[in-house]
Design a binder for this molecule. Structure first.
Ligand code: SF4
Length: 153
C-alpha cells in the first residue's frame, strides 16, 4: 500500500504542476501534522499555533518563520475532518500539505479538486512521533503557488 500511496502523491504533484495554479500568499494554506511538534514540548500548538515558543527543537519554529516570510496562512492538521474543512474553505486557493504518504493520499482524495502540493514528511523515529520535513521541499512548494502570482485588479 505504501508504494501506491507514494505513487498517488507524486502523480498528484505532477497534476498540480501541470495546472500551474497561482495564488496570492493570503490564499495559500500551509498545513502540517501535529507529529512534527517535538514530543516533549508542552506548548498547546493544536489550540493556538502561536503558543510555540520557537525554541528550535522542532520544525514548527521554521514553518512559522516561513509562513511569516511569505505571508501565507499556516495551520496544524489536528484531525482529518477539521483539516479537510480548513482546506475546503472558499478563501483557500492553494494548499501545501505536509504529512505521511498515507494521510496525504486520503486527504488529497477527499479534497479534490482543490490544488494541493503534497510534501511527504520524514519519519526518523517512525510514524506519528517527532516527524520532520525538508524545508527546501516546503519552500519549493510555496514558491510554486505564490511566485509570479499576478494580482487581479
Ligand atoms: S519549536 Fe520548540 S516550542 Fe515550538 S513546538 Fe517545537 S519544541 Fe515546542
Amino acid at each position: 500500500m505504501e508504494v501506491i500511496d507514494k505513487k498517488f502523491v507524486s502523480l498528484n504533484n505532477m497534476m498540480t504542476k501541470l495546472r500551474k495554479k497561482k495564488c496570492p500568499p493570503e490564499g495559500l494554506l500551509l498545513l502540517f501534522p501535529h507529529c512534527i511538534q517535538n514530543s516533549t514540548c508542552k506548548q498547546n500548538i493544536k489550540h493556538d499555533i502561536n503558543e510555540c515558543k520557537r525554541c528550535g527543537k522542532c520544525k514548527v519554529m521554521d514553518l512559522l518563520a516561513l509562513s511569516e516570510e511569505y505571508g501565507v496562512s499556516i495551520a496544524v492538521a489536528s484531525g482529518g475532518r477539521i483539516a479537510l474543512k480548513r482546506v475546503m474553505a472558499e478563501e483557500v486557493q492553494g494548499v501545501v500539505a505536509i504529512a505521511c504518504e498515507k494521510e496525504l493520499r486520503t486527504g488529497l482524495m477527499a479534497a479534490m479538486p482543490k490544488a494541493i502540493y503534497a510534501v511527504p514528511n520524514l519519519r526518523p523515529h517512525g510514524y506519528c512521533v517527532d516527524t520532520d520535513v525538508y524545508m527546501d521541499d516546503v519552500i519549493k512548494a510555496i514558491k510554486f503557488f505564490v511566485k509570479n502570482h499576478k494580482k487581479v485588479s
